[in-house]
Design a protein around this ligand. Structure first.
Ligand SMILES: [Zn+2]
Length: 329
């Protein structure tokens, strides 16, 4: 699809000399065509006006993500909305050729005041659009908490529109007791850490939990700021360093993604804590974190899956051989 679109572009470019003005709008229409669209879940066609409005608000909020860049990703409407009725948008990327070696869910902007955690995911979306995701199947959610982020200037907030810290709202075991108790006794009812009235009370966290069910990721990457480290929860050897971010295990909390996804669900969860919530990492660091992460995903996620598959294969062949022998006998 992608190559076809490029081919059409090339063909148009070849004929465009005759009258550039006639062809320019056609090229502009073809360029944003979505590539490698999700097939795992039926996504809705994104309403162009809604996407345009979303990208304008992103542009106004984040100095390093421009309107056209946001539009060009071709984000899909999940069909789910935030509390303030902003669509929760995502995009899937499959390898250009062959079967994916593992599924990875990448989530930015869980906390609305961590701007860099959204901006860097947009940079990686652009890289994925250039086929730099290697052989993984990526599902990317650039902004899980749009209501917290897309508020008037200088008013972005960690929590969602209901004042809930989404990263304390996931259904970890015994949430009903532990999450409120932790909030009251350990954070002194800190409003930035309110876990909500019940687990998954919020449309944003409920939708992400659905994605875990439906997409069945082999690994999840969640982006935050500003601790400047990489944190890890779950059953694998963590990376020692991703770009400038060194490993530091921060522990988990009742209702946190680390405890829910990493510990309870047993899905390896990388938590990237960028160094600044407002400033983006340098361009070389954006690349370094990405490629170090790909290296870790290959070694600790895809390779064990491949080895497990190879181990199973001979047994299946033996079973088939046995079955054939039986029928012949
Ligand atoms: Zn955060």
């Amino acid at each position: 699809m992608r190559f076809l679109a490029l081919g059409i572009l090339a063909a148009l470019a070849g004929t465009a000399h005759a009258d550039d003005r006639n062809y320019a709008p056609v090229i502009a229409e073809i360029r944003p065509a979505p590539t490698r669209v999700a097939t795992a879940n039926a996504a809705l066609a994104t309403d162009p006006a809604e996407l345009d409005s979303f990208c304008r608000r992103i542009d106004a909020k984040l100095s390093s993500v421009h309107h056209a860049e946001c539009l060009s990703i071709g984000l899909l409407d999940s069909g789910a909305d935030s509390n303030n009725r902003t669509p929760l948008l995502y995009k899937d990327f499959l390898p250009a050729e062959g079967k994916p070696i593992a599924r990875v869910l990448l989530v930015g902007g869980i906390h609305g005041d961590e701007y860099s955690s959204v901006s860097i995911v947009f940079k990686w979306l652009a890289m994925l659009d250039e086929d730099l995701g290697e052989r993984f199947h990526w599902r990317v959610v650039p902004v899980l908490n749009p209501d917290g982020l897309l508020r008037p200037p200088r008013m972005s907030q960690r929590v969602n529109a209901n004042g809930v810290d989404l990263n304390r709202n996931f259904p970890t075991p015994n949430w009903e007791v532990e999450a409120p108790a932790y909030w009251e006794k350990r954070t002194w009812k800190n409003k930035r850490r309110y876990p909500g009235p019940s687990a998954l009370s919020e449309p944003e966290s409920a939708w992400l939990a659905e994605q875990i069910q439906a997409f069945e990721p082999h690994a999840v990457v969640s982006v935050h700021a500003p601790h400047g480290v990489v944190d890890f929860d779950g059953p694998r050897v963590p990376p020692r360093q991703l770009g400038p971010l060194e490993l530091r295990l921060l522990g988990t909390y009742p209702g946190s993604m680390g405890r829910y996804i990493g510990i309870h669900k047993g899905i390896p969860l990388l938590t990237l804590e960028l160094e600044s919530a407002f400033g983006m990492p340098a361009q070389d660091e954006v690349y370094a974190i990405w490629y170090d992460m790909l290296g870790w995903l290959h070694e600790k996620i895809a390779l064990p899956l491949k080895l497990a598959e190879e181990k199973r294969a001979p047994v299946n062949e033996l079973m088939r051989a046995g079955k054939d022998a039986d029928t012949e006998g």
